[in-house]
Design a protein around this ligand. Sequence first.
Ligand code: ZN
Ligand code: ZN
Length: 162
Amino acid sequence: MMIAKLSAVRSTCLAFPVGAVIVKHRQILATGYNGSPPGSPHCTAQGFCYEGLQKCTDNNLPSRSIHAEANAIAQAAKHGIRTEGAAIYVTLEPCLACLKLIISAGIKEVFYETLFNTGDRVTVRDFFVNDGLVTLKPIQISVAAAVQAADFLVNPTSISKD
Ligand SMILES: [Zn+2]
Ligand SMILES: [Zn+2]
């Protein structure tokens, strides 16, 4: 989850910073973050998602972004990496489109930090979970791990601590 959070630092959409990491046998297969398609201007670079609007989500406009999970799965596909039986760590609970993609990619476990789905989307999500297609589990990184990481980020990392 730590690396998913670090991936989210690279998000280029103003609406939701999201990071994702696909892991199998404790090894990272791919990472992704929320951002506009390659070649399309980044929301963060132009200062808006749509001209005159702060965020993609204002006015119920569709997001211009490719979601972090989709980017991670696409990255694996581009490099010919098998995602069958893998797990995904993501900073936001996957939307239904991403959850379907996760299931379709053979990813069996989802660990997320923040809840996202509400209303009817919960019903559909729970169908998938109850049918045994995927598991979803909320997790948080510990304060101790976060403090250590912050120390590594703020200071030179590879120095002797004695
Ligand atoms: Zn955006
Ligand atoms: Zn999504």
